[in-house]
Each structure stands twice: as structure tokens, then as C-alpha cells.
Unconditional design. Structure first.
Length: 168
């Protein structure tokens, strides 16, 4: 039995420790906001926070999350929309929805580490793919959220990208 801290709550999962965290979240814990995209850590649709770090849950084992704090999209703005989520809506970022949860998680981790990112910072840190190409709106929403409410730093917020790329 795996004991995981998900969105501040201790949860138990019966999956094997080497099962990708994505599948434990979606299939066993019914947290379906985290999306499957590519399965090889390139697209970022499965991004979650693990101890404040934006990680691709499709390639992280559930066992690797034991003893760590995992936050999914369901835990972002759980009580009310975060400044980032409000900015996302105000800037009409959502289109098809493919990237939304992962993009929001990557952006919130960036803002926790860097409350006033430049375009270059965003391009370097946000390596998620948006099929609809709303990168300009994503950048604008991140800047707007940073102006409204600088986020509180996350514990261990040494945010790093799993793969290189960046917002186009």
C-alpha cells in the first residue's frame, strides 16, 4: 500500500510503486484533472507539483512521491480561484483544454519561485505544449497574475523543467 500526500490529504493507493504517478492520480484516486498527453514527459499536460517542483507525472513513479507533498490541479485554488486562474480566464487562455491543467501547474510553480518573471523566464521555464498556440495569452496571463497577487513560495520551490523547450 502506497501512502501519498495529495493536496494536503494522506491518501492510500494499491498500485505498485513503479506505476507512473499520473495513473495512480487518475485511475486510482480519481483526480482526473491531471491529463495524459504524450507519456514521455514532452507535452507537460500531466504536470503536477511535488514538493513545489513542477514535474511530469507520466514519468515519475508513484513510489517516488512517497514522503513528498503532491499538488494537482484540483489543489490549485481549491477554496477559490487563484490569481493565476482568474488571469487565465480573463486572458481567454483556454481553447481545447489539452494543456490547461499542466500549463497552470507549471505557471504556478514558476510564479512561486519567481514572482515577477520576464518573457525570457517564462519561455525558459514553461516547456509545456499548447496545441492551440495560445502562448501569447499564456504569457500575458502569467504577467497579470504576478501583478495582482504575488504567490507565496512553495516549500522546496526549486522549480526546474523536466525537458528543455519553452513557450513559443
Amino acid at each position: 500500500m502506497l501512502k501519498l500526500n495529495i493536496n494536503g490529504t494522506e491518501r492510500q493507493a494499491r498500485s505498485a510503486a513503479d506505476t507512473p504517478l499520473l495513473w495512480v492520480l487518475r485511475d486510482e484516486l480519481n483526480l482526473t484533472g491531471t491529463k495524459f498527453g504524450c507519456g514521455i514527459a514532452l507535452c507537460g499536460s500531466c504536470t503536477v507539483h511535488v514538493d513545489g517542483l513542477a514535474v511530469r507525472s507520466c514519468v515519475m513513479s508513484a513510489g517516488g512521491a512517497i514522503g513528498k507533498k503532491v499538488r494537482t490541479i484540483e489543489g490549485l485554488g481549491a477554496d477559490k480561484l487563484s490569481a493565476l486562474q482568474e488571469a487565465w480566464i480573463a486572458h481567454s487562455v483556454p481553447q481545447c483544454g489539452y494543456c490547461q491543467s499542466g500549463m497552470l501547474m507549471a505557471a504556478s510553480a514558476l510564479l512561486a519561485r519567481n514572482p515577477a518573471p520576464t518573457d525570457a523566464d517564462i519561455d525558459k521555464e514553461i516547456t509545456n505544449i499548447c496545441r492551440c498556440g495560445t502562448y501569447g495569452r499564456i504569457r500575458a496571463a502569467i504577467h497579470a497574475a504576478a501583478r495582482v497577487e504575488p504567490p507565496k513560495p512553495l516549500v522546496g520551490a526549486a522549480v526546474g523543467a523536466v525537458v528543455a523547450g519553452g513557450v513559443k
